[in-house]
Design a protein around this ligand. Structure first.
Ligand code: GAL
Length: 408
């Protein structure tokens, strides 16, 4: 392209976006310190285009936010864009024709060639059309450990889940809560899933969660899982916090030895200026089975009749997956980028471990990708009941296997 042509093209782009400067409300549930820092990167990039990011943060977890998001769309009060998790959470809205088709944006941006792993784009695709833009990979199978707590207890920092369990009495002795746990079903279910992969292994997990094999869920491998989760429940008895980031804060301040949480916890350690390997450690796959799931976040754009808004929605979709935004957002969020063609050299040790596992193809679908939103909610309810009371492990296993038997 000649310089004059380039300049003309640049002017045309600038005047087009200036002429169509649009305010878009974007809903999400990113309200912890690390999450707010990360979503700020999106807002910054969007505002720099001359458009305006109207922040629609919904306090609480995804479990609180999702019903609000969905009922607003169904009730005719749609936002410009919204976060949801990778997977099947928007399935019914897409089928009802309520979500914008982004296929043209995806084709123009070559998403099929850049999105890695391609399963993330599959999760956005229904009947060959693309309805969301994946923005990150977040995995749930991580154990976060406080060096301060282990120093106080006079113990080496564990290198896997079994060592962590063995170290728990020394932590208790030193007045430290072994396991920080927020009292919410999704967190307890996350811990259950992470322990499953560590204790029963990947094949058993896949058989149950992907193939919905209730016999394996009733079998001995899962008996070992439920026993391990019952032990973890005891280690978390003195943890009275609700939100996941309050539990992370217990690890940051050395009040707790460890937390089972997704890699978004990394954002909290960063905001607290803690250094991986010095102040805390992270063990993907709980140090036993180094594998990560490909959960995370995608943005959806509710359909509307205003062509100006539709154009702005498509512009935002393209921006969220652009190389610079992918780097700045994911470094703040603690998540892995969805494109393999960008430089993440400045990522810290935990993210480098995640990138290494991803490069070796050590990935699984997330529960949200394999199970319907209804099934996920039923399992989370069971986990909430199990973790907060004294339900015997065998009863929980039987009820879980029944849910798998009827899962869709
Ligand atoms: C997940 C989401 C993450 C993180 C976490 C806790 O659903 O994928 O981005 O924000 O919730 O809020």
């Amino acid at each position: 392209m000649k310089l004059t042509t380039k300049l003309l093209a640049a002017t045309a782009i600038m005047s087009a976006s200036a002429a169509s400067a649009v305010e878009l409300e974007v809903t999400h549930w990113w309200t912890s310190g690390g999450e707010a820092a990360a979503v700020g990167k999106f807002a910054e990039a969007w505002n720099a285009t001359g458009n305006t990011w109207v922040d629609g943060a919904i306090a609480g977890s995804g479990g609180t936010a999702r019903p609000i998001i969905i009922s607003r769309i169904l009730g005719g009060d749609p936002m410009g864009a919204t976060q949801l998790n990778h997977g099947r959470q928007a399935e019914e809205l897409i089928e009802a024709g309520m979500m914008l088709d982004l296929t043209d944006v995806a084709e123009a941006g070559g998403w099929k060639d850049i999105v890695n792993p391609s399963s993330l784009l599959d999760s956005c695709t229904l009947d060959g059309k693309i309805y969301c833009v994946p923005v990150n990979i977040h995995s749930a199978q991580w154990l976060w450990l406080s060096h301060d707590a282990y120093e106080k207890a006079g113990q080496p920092v564990p290198t896997d889940w079994n060592e962590f369990v063995a170290s728990a009495p020394a932590l208790t002795e030193a007045g430290i809560v072994p396991l920080a746990m927020g009292q919410q079903g999704w967190q307890q279910n996350l811990a259950f899933g992470a322990i499953t992969i560590a204790v029963a292994g990947i094949d058993a997990w896949r058989e149950v969660t992907v193939n919905k094999n209730a016999d394996v869920a009733r079998g001995p491998e899962y008996t070992a899982v439920f026993n391990a989760v019952a032990d973890a429940r005891e280690l978390a008895r003195e943890s009275n916090v609700q939100d996941w980031n309050q539990a992370t804060n217990m690890v940051i301040t050395g009040m707790a030895g460890a937390q089972l949480m997704g890699d978004w916890a990394q954002g909290e350690f960063s905001v607290a200026e803690q250094v991986e390997g010095v102040d805390y450690s992270c063990l993907p796959g709980l140090g036993l089975n180094e594998i990560l799931d490909t959960g995370g976040d995608a943005f959806y754009f509710p359909a509307n009749d205003d062509p100006e808004i539709t154009a702005a929605q498509k512009e935002l979709a393209a921006l969220l997956i652009s190389p610079e935004v992918q780097v700045s957002f994911n470094l703040a969020k603690g998540s892995l980028p969805v494109r393999g063609d960008i430089d993440m050299a400045s990522a810290n040790g935990c993210m480098q471990k995640g990138l290494g596992i991803l490069a070796e193809g050590g990935v699984l679908p997330s529960g949200d990708q394999s199970l319907s939103a209804d099934t996920q909610t039923q399992i989370e309810d069971l986990m909430a009941e199990f973790w907060s009371g004294d339900m015997p492990a065998a009863d929980a296993q039987a009820r879980y296997a029944d849910l798998i038997a009827s899962a869709d």
